[in-house]
Design a protein around this ligand. Sequence first.
Ligand code: BDP
Length: 593
Amino acid sequence: MLRPQDTSTRERKPLGGLWSFRLDAAGDGRRDQWFAAPLADAREMAVPASYNDIIPGAESRDHVGDAWYETTAVVPRGWAGQRIVLRFDSATHAAVVWVDGVEVMAHSGGYTPFEADITSLVEPGQKVRITAVVNNELTFETVPPGIINDTPEGRRQVYFHDFYNFAGLHRQVWLYATPTTYVGDITVVTDIDGADGVVDYAVDVAGDGTAEVRVRLLDADGTEVATGAGASGQLRVPNAHLWAPGDGYLYTAVVELVDGVEVVDSYEQTVGIRTVKVDGAKFLINGEPFYFTGFGRHEDTPVRGKGHDDAFLVHDFDLMNWIGANSFRTSHYPYAEEVYDYADRQGIVVIDETTAVGLNLGLMGGVFGGIKLETFSPDTLGQVAQDAHRQVIRELIERDKNHPCVVMWSIANEPESHTDASEQYFRPLFELARELDPSRPVGFVNVMMSPHGGCKVADMSDVLMLNRYYGWYVDHSDLGNAERNWRKEMDGWASENKPIIITEYGADTIAGMHSVNGDPWSEEYQRDYLEMNHRVFDDYEQVVGEHVWNFADFRTSNAIFRVGGNKKGIFTQDRKPKAAAHLLRERWTNLGR
Ligand code: BDP
């Protein structure tokens, strides 16, 4: 799905700001048609932002159910005769949207965009009322899953993943206009042939007219380097400047629909020319072995929760650059599109993950609720959940397929993967991802409870992505045993002749807590823990990457093993470095592999 753009034929209007807002735990609004008139008894709420931490008190923190958002906007006068679209970059986790009381769309899945053509409902120059009901419930029909319990104090959400269930309108909302014949979609796939860059493109022409497709590829200085004609084709760029880690060089494909001499629509698609390939135990970018350094991250900032924030975006990338990180994983959901655009320009490599986290009820049910449930069954994660999982794979790939920064799809984090049921659940999902995008490796992130020899899904993965906590969740405070056990397990995985990325390793650390004995939770222990892990990684050439868990401390639900959230950050939630940041900087800026 193409992002809205301002071009010679297109215009967009961001609707972020303060919206009317009302929590509706009782679920009265849908029945009483709150969308039919201006929202009564509303307060104001920032968009984009999670609402949870903005309003003090347990009512918004523990809210389960609907939250209503409403704004008004004037449709620009100049949009007469255009196709007018309303787009939400995301709504967490599900939404229904009305324009002047008329339902225009519904969407499930909290981290991907959705839009509706509202041309017939609006009058350019006039004001419209936009109402959205955003629901944050997680059940066995959603990905991620959850359970809602009735209690005398109200409904309570339980979930099986380790980050706070922030909700709301986390990203921008747009009104935008395109011509009535328009570029519906663009797909670019790049290759390298000697010194030439090769760009295969395909353009969907949508709408009511017919038009010819013309493509002009410009280099970063705006000089035309190749042209194409027709809805699909191939462009060759002699002596191409490749996109590479640390060198976010981008060409721009100006895609035009032309009718005679008239340019009917114009869209600018950035293109990074690069290849990604797995060869034995190597991960190759542009044919060169690549070693991932960086983090699993979260969209999580004080007050805003998961709301996108450009200041934190730029600051976080500057911190990653400072520390020598060349990559990160979008654990555990698709991030805001601004993040990928910026990563493209910064030459930062991204492992792009779906929302499939917490699909491990044996493990997490035990920890979280004392109940042990079968993960994949008709009563728990069955057909409906698998369909939701399919949908998020599809929407992720459709949204992010053109980003050179994205080098791999991660279709799940730490699911159950040691049972026959998990094998059956995942096989068609891997097939789907490969069918949607044959150009990138596909993988999933393996959990410690599914060690080498016991995992039935690892075979389907192009790359082995392992989350391991030797020295934290096992062999706690005993780094000697931790190292021995880690090496023993690694020997097994290393025999697979596949690249291995350690997608998580980390130790909870309270910033400012110190210990001459290297006690756990101290800044010293985090350093010792990381050093032990690095000794292990450096002895295995099959290890092609290390992503520390986590870039920054982040909010979680309350639990006896969480003190004000997850403290495995190398930076605090407000981005102050712990001692380990300096250790990583020293290692990653000098790493010769
Ligand atoms: C892993 C999860 C991650 C958690 C982390 C932890 O993938 O989401 O936050 O462990 O416990 O199981 O810190």
